[in-house]
Design a binder for this molecule. Structure first.
Ligand SMILES: [Zn+2]
Length: 91
């Protein structure tokens, strides 16, 4: 989540009973990533404008390639917290 350092716990998934989509699935791959802009030699954890530009690009390319992706920036509380750095393959 924005403002949280890399590697911190971001979900209610405990990693055992409730698996995060970041964890390796049966196919051997994680199905989610968190991305942050890297600006002037530093990771920008609060760069909303840059994240929206990145998301626009990723979603456009994914659509062109017919890859179904969910962007955490489109999530709506209380179902799921808005999570702009988060991208995952649709189930
Ligand atoms: Zn994530």
């Amino acid at each position: 989540l924005p403002g949280k350092p890399f590697g911190s716990t971001n979900t209610n998934a405990d990693g055992v009973i409730h698996k995060s989509n970041h964890q390796v699935k049966a196919d051997g791959y994680g199905h989610a990533v968190d991305l942050y802009p890297y600006v002037n030699g530093k990771v920008d954890y609060n760069g909303d404008a840059a994240l929206i530009t990145i998301a626009d690009h990723i979603m456009t390319v994914a659509k062109d390639l017919k890859i179904a992706i969910t962007w955490g920036g489109n999530w709506k509380p209380p179902v799921a917290p808005v999570d702009k750095p988060h991208f995952e393959l649709k189930q």
